[in-house]
Design a protein around this ligand. Structure first.
Ligand SMILES: [Zn+2]
Length: 381
């Protein structure tokens, strides 16, 4: 007699398998997943901007855009006190299509700094006018184990026979390309894996702060901005700062950690994953406003908010153009540490997210006309 497995047992097995690979996410994890997975390389930020605005809309008084695609959200306080800008950038690193060769292989151009060794064997999505096209980024078979392959020797294989077939999918030069990389909560629940933490985690922090500000009183105008094109030209911060005209600014970004296995330590990096918000002491683009940095540092000490420091020798963020606006804007870069900088699969720590949200909420709560007056320079009496 032939035995068959009852369908309900198959269904049970399938749902058990499903549960094994799908995760129950809390509200913050769901929000971070949406931000991380939204495709939005420099110049093509709109999907990320839409997710950001969806979360901001119920939390702010007004949502504006600038002409390059930047988002400006306004949350009024109990007084029209200092104009406080909190900035993160919408764009992620990625690529754009350069050309398609006669065999249908897609050559690409980087948007933002991409480390060649991290690119090979990645699945990528080309966003065409006809919809997304899956491909794999790779190179030829004769690669020496330790050799870094130049980008010119790489291509994206979309699985077609020739250029005409690739073009029929809608692929054309300048189409944006993102990594195919799904968000995941790792084995210790606080470790979050995903693409584009640079700088979607900054957008996530802004959303967390504005959620807190629904319950808290503040005597200032908060301008939360999502800027465009940070990874290529810092252009978006130049336009948003013009629109906001801030008295003071906090910029959010990510930076590297120094808690990896041997031979990878970097002299200038001190932060460790999970040990708190990082106060930047220097980048090639900006020295943070000393009085503001000291004030924020004392606040973190007073409230026992975990914090760390980073003296970055190179690099730069939106803080560069923002602090140079008009007569100068007291600006501080607060960042979240990320393992695997500018990669398709970065790891951040939930505690760092929480301490950054908490510190910025407290900064906003305490900033009023008097505190600002103590931070700015005065003429001789
Ligand atoms: Zn960034």
């Amino acid at each position: 007699m032939k035995k068959t497995i009852p369908t309900f047992i198959i269904a049970l097995l399938l749902s058990a398998l499903n549960a094994l690979f799908s995760q129950d996410l809390d509200d913050t994890e769901k929000m971070l997943q949406e931000l991380s997975e939204a495709p939005g390389v420099s110049g093509y930020e709109e999907p990320a901007a839409q997710v950001f605005m969806k979360y901001l809309k119920p939390l702010v008084d007004e949502l504006q855009r600038d002409n390059l695609g930047g988002v400006i959200a306004i949350k009024k306080g109990t007084a029209d006190g200092p104009r406080v800008m909190i900035d993160a950038h919408l764009d992620e690193i990625g690529f754009m299509v350069k050309r398609i060769d006669e065999n249908g292989f897609v050559k690409f151009f980087p948007l933002g700094w991409n480390f060649s060794q991290q690119l090979l064997d990645h699945r990528v999505i080309i966003h065409t006018r006809q919809g997304p096209v899956l491909g794999v980024l790779n190179t030829g078979p004769d690669i020496a184990e330790d050799k870094i392959i130049p980008r010119a020797d790489m291509w994206i294989d979309v699985g077609v026979e020739n250029r005409a077939e690739a073009e029929a999918l809608g692929i054309q030069p300048a189409d944006p390309i993102t990594h195919e990389s799904k968000f995941a909560v790792l084995n210790n629940r606080k470790f979050l894996l995903g693409k584009a933490w640079d700088d979607r985690i900054g957008l996530g922090v802004i959303i967390g702060v504005l959620k807190n500000l629904i319950k808290e009183k503040h005597q200032n105008m908060v301008f939360a901005t999502g800027s465009v094109q940070e990874e290529i030209t810092l252009a978006g911060a130049k336009t948003t700062v013009e629109a906001v005209k801030p008295d003071i600014a906090i910029t959010l970004d990510i930076d590297v950690t120094n808690d990896l296995p041997a031979n990878t330590s970097i002299d200038y990096a001190q932060p460790v994953l999970g040990k708190g918000v990082v106060i930047i002491l220097h980048t090639a683009e900006m020295l943070p406003h000393v009085k503001l940095r000291q004030w924020v540092q004392s606040l973190a000490e007073e409230l026992k908010i975990p914090h760390q420091f980073m003296l970055e020798e190179g690099g730069g963020t939106d803080a560069g153009p923002i602090h140079k606006w008009n007569l100068g804007v007291p600006t501080l870069d607060l960042v979240i540490s990320q393992r695997y900088y500018h990669s398709a699969n970065g790891i951040i720590h939930r505690d760092d997210y929480e301490s950054t949200v908490r510190l910025i909420t407290e900064i906003v709560k305490r900033l009023n006309k008097n505190t600002l007056d103590e931070l700015v320079f005065k003429p001789l009496k």
